[in-house]
Each structure stands twice: as structure tokens, then as C-alpha cells.
Write a protein that binds this ligand. Sequence first.
Ligand code: OAD
Length: 258
Amino acid sequence: MSDKNDITIPVHAIRRLQCSENVVVLTGAGISAESGIPTFRDAMTGLWENYRAEELATPEAFLRDRNMVWGWYEQRRREVMTKQPNIGHSALATLGKYINEVTVITQNVDDLHERAGSNRILHLHGNLFTPRCFDCDQLWNGMIDYQAAQSSNKELSPPICPHCHGFVRPGVVWFGEFLPEDIWRKAERAVKNCDLIIIVGTSGLVYPAAGLVAMANQDEKYIIQINPRETDHDKFADCVLRGSAGTILPKLISAAWA
Ligand code: OAD
């Protein structure tokens, strides 16, 4: 990884950011990496290294072993609750002070953008904090009794829906499922209407989320890519900043509005 201080922000990127009225930020697991939340595909910390996605993040997996799936997501939710937003999340939250409209379109299911103070947030893949009934889709806002599960050494099993007595599932989008239609439409509209899009911390491997960047490119939006590694999005970017979110985002914002 390059040294923190040797990254210079090109003047054209600074000027374009300064004169933008409407900015979209597309984020992935990489922006939460510096908060200590493992990404999906980074070899050393990959979330999937202990599991295969097919074992856990699908409706079939939940039907096959709901305790395993529910327990894994609960473990992730509780882990997120012990973490804090990092300087990258905070830098994005300050963008709203300088830009008329900032929309964060995230693939992440954590709540770190919210806790950092960003307010227009679209969770393309749902989130860990809005479980809902697997059968009737009603949101579930009950309390989970961890003590009971631990004291009886029982596995944590999903709660029962009070409306239809089905099992409650994590409020995330699983492989093979559609994205929430309203959220997707809002994300497309945000990209159509923006002047500039910043891509932060995503491998660009998962569609349709990754397709938003090609859409921005087709509409000749100014695209800034922030990632320590090369991804498919690099070819669309007007400016590639090779580094971590926690290093680059504060530099980008202070370069534009120091
Ligand atoms: P990935 O794990 O696929 O990619 C993480 C990206 O973040 C990689 O390109 C890393 O190089 C980059 N990265 C790592 N550390 C970083 C840092 N400190 N600052 C900036 N970038 C950093 O995660 P996503 O692209 O978010 O979908 O994965 C997209 C989707 O794949 C997830 O939402 C999930 C998964 O399947 C569902 O669960 C539906």
C-alpha cells in the first residue's frame, strides 16, 4: 500500500467536486474495513473465507438451516454494534456541508454511514437492523433473548413472527433475490441526476449495484474511484485514487474545501 502522504488529488477532480451540486457516493465493504468489519473478498479478512456464500446468504440456506443462517447474521450484527464509523464515513458525512445534495448508495448492511451522520442513504442490499418475516415480510422489531440461548447452551434460533407465526429472517438481500424495487429506482434516479459519482471500497463484482457505474459513465458523469486495488470500475473513472478510504476521503474533501 502506498504511503499515506504521497497521494496527490488531481486539480481537475478538485474543481469538478467544488462545482458539483449533486453528488452520489457508491460504497462497498472496503469503506467499513478500517472500522474492523471484514470485507467479502479480501483474501486475508474475507468474510467468506470461513463459509461459502451458498451455505449462508440464500433463501435455500435459511430453509435448510435457519438457526445457522440466523446465528451467523446475528453474530455479524452484534459485531457491527461493537464497531465505530471511521474517518472515511465521517468525511463523507461532512460532504453535505459543501454540496447541495449527497446521496450515499451503499452495498453494505452495517449502519456506519448512519452513525457517521450521512442522511440520504440507500441500502441496495438491505441491512442487519431490519429483520422481517420470511413468510409475510412484516418487519420484526422484537428483542432477541441472547441470555436464554446462551444459558441453555441452545443455538440462537430465529424469532417467530407475531403476525403469521412464520420465522423471522435477516433484513438483507440474499443471492438470487431481487434488490428492493423502490431503493433501486431511487439509486438509478440519483445517478441520472448527479454531476459526479465517487466510488469507494467496492470490488465492482456484484450486479446490478456495479452497473450503476457503467450507467454514470454512459451519462458522462465525472467518476472518482477510491480503492487500494484496481477494479473493473477503473476503466470508467476520470480519476483513480489508489489508496484507502480513510486516507483519501479526508484528503479529497480538505483539498476541495480546506
Ligand atoms: P468486496 O469484499 O467484494 O470488495 C471490497 C473492496 O474494498 C475491494 O475492492 C478492496 O480492494 C477494497 N478495500 C479494501 N480495504 C479498503 C479500504 N480501506 N478503503 C477502500 N477500499 C478498500 O465488497 P463489496 O464490493 O462491497 O452482496 O461486495 C459487494 C457485494 O458482494 C456485497 O454487498 C455482498 C457481496 O456478495 C450481497 O450480500 C448481496
